[in-house]
Design a protein around this ligand. Structure first.
Ligand code: ZN
Length: 290
C-alpha cells in the first residue's frame, strides 16, 4: 500500500479538507452559509478552548471523571444535532441495522450512528460525510486521551488529528466506491456485507497511516480508539491489518485471482492497482450532512 495521491484529494468535488478541519475543530461553519444551505442553524464558534500558549484547555469540553470519553458541552447549543456523545457509540451495533440479505445494497453504512455513507453509482456515486457525528466522535476521543492518558494537546496536534479523523471516513467510503465500480467488470465477484465492511475499515486504516505527519504516540493512541470497532464485519478489519493480509483479502474478495493464480500470475498487484486507479479517480460527489 502507498499514500493516497494528495493532489487528487484536494480536487474531489465538494471536499475541502481545510474547511472541514476548521469545522470539526472550531465549529467554523462559514462555508455552509457561503453555499446557501437551507435550514441554516446558528453555529457558535468554539472560542477560548486554547490558552495563550496554544494548548487545549480540556476542562472546557471534557468531563474527566466517570465516563471520561464524554464531552460536557451542550452540543445542541453549538448547532450540533448528533444524538450521540461518545466515540464508542459509533463503534457499536445500532438498532437500525441494514438488510444483510440484499445482493448489493444501495446505501452502505446507512445507520444513524455512522460517520459517513456511500450510495451506489447512479453516476456519480455519493459519499456523505456526517459532520455532526464526526465532530462528536473526534472530541470524545480527544477527551478520552486527555483525561485518561494525560495528553496535553496543542492546536497543531488537534488540527492534525482532525485531519486524520475526516480522512478516515472518506477513505472508508471510497473503498465501497471502488468495489461498486469493480462490480461492473468483475465476473467472479460476490458481495459479502461483513467482508466488505472489514476491508473498508482496513483500507481506511492503511491509507490514514500515511497521512500522519507525526509518528508519535498521540497519533497511534488516537488511531487505536478511532478504529476500536465492535460491530460485526467492521471489527474483523484486524484480520487485514498488515499490507499482505489486506491485499490477499482484497484479491480473493474481488475474485481477480480465480482464473489467474493457477497460471502463475501474481494477482495482488492487479487488485491493488485497480483499487488505487478507482479511488484516486473516483466518480463520486461529496455531500456534507449535519
Ligand atoms: Zn462501510
Amino acid at each position: 500500500m502507498r499514500a493516497f495521491n494528495k493532489k487528487l484529494k484536494r480536487s474531489l468535488p465538494g471536499f475541502d479538507l481545510d474547511e472541514l478541519i476548521r469545522f470539526v475543530v472550531y465549529n467554523d461553519h462559514q462555508f455552509r452559509y457561503n453555499r446557501n444551505f437551507s435550514n441554516q442553524q446558528s453555529r457558535v464558534i468554539f472560542e477560548n478552548w486554547f490558552d495563550n500558549k496554544e494548548k487545549l484547555i480540556k476542562e472546557m469540553i471534557c468531563a474527566c471523571n466517570g465516563r471520561s470519553s464524554d464531552t460536557i458541552i451542550d452540543w445542541y447549543k453549538y448547532g450540533n444535532s448528533s444524538k450521540y456523545r461518545s466515540y464508542r457509540d459509533f463503534m457499536r451495533s445500532n438498532s437500525d441495522v441494514p438488510n444483510f440479505e440484499e445482493n448489493f445494497p444501495q446505501i452502505f453504512d446507512g445507520t444513524s450512528n455512522c460517520l459517513g455513507t456511500y450510495r451506489r453509482m447512479r453516476s456519480p456515486g455519493l459519499i456523505t460525510l456526517n459532520l455532526d457525528n464526526i465532530q462528536v466522535f473526534f472530541w470524545s476521543i480527544i477527551c478520552s486521551l486527555a483525561c485518561e492518558k494525560g495528553y496535553i494537546f496543542t492546536r497543531e496536534k488537534i488540527e492534525e488529528l482532525a485531519k486524520i479523523c475526516i480522512l478516515k471516513t472518506l477513505y472508508h467510503e471510497l473503498f465501497h466506491h471502488a468495489i461498486d465500480a469493480q462490480r461492473y467488470f468483475l465476473n467472479d465477484y460476490q458481495y459479502d456485507y461483513f467482508l466488505d465492511e472489514a476491508l473498508a475499515v482496513a483500507c481506511s486504516r492503511h491509507l490514514v497511516g500515511f497521512e500522519a505527519q507525526f509518528n508519535l504516540p498521540f497519533v497511534s493512541d488516537f488511531l487505536d480508539l478511532a478504529y476500536a470497532y465492535e460491530q460485526p464485519g467492521y471489527k474483523d478489519w484486524v484480520k487485514y491489518k498488515s499490507d499482505e493480509q489486506f491485499l490477499i483479502g482484497l484479491t480473493r474478495y474481488t475474485g481477480i485471482d480465480r482464473n489467474l493464480t493457477h497460471l502463475g500470475q501474481e494477482t495482488t498487484p492487479i487488485a491493488v492497482g485497480i483499487l488505487y486507479s478507482i479511488i484516486e479517480n473516483p466518480n463520486v460527489q461529496i455531500e456534507l450532512n449535519f
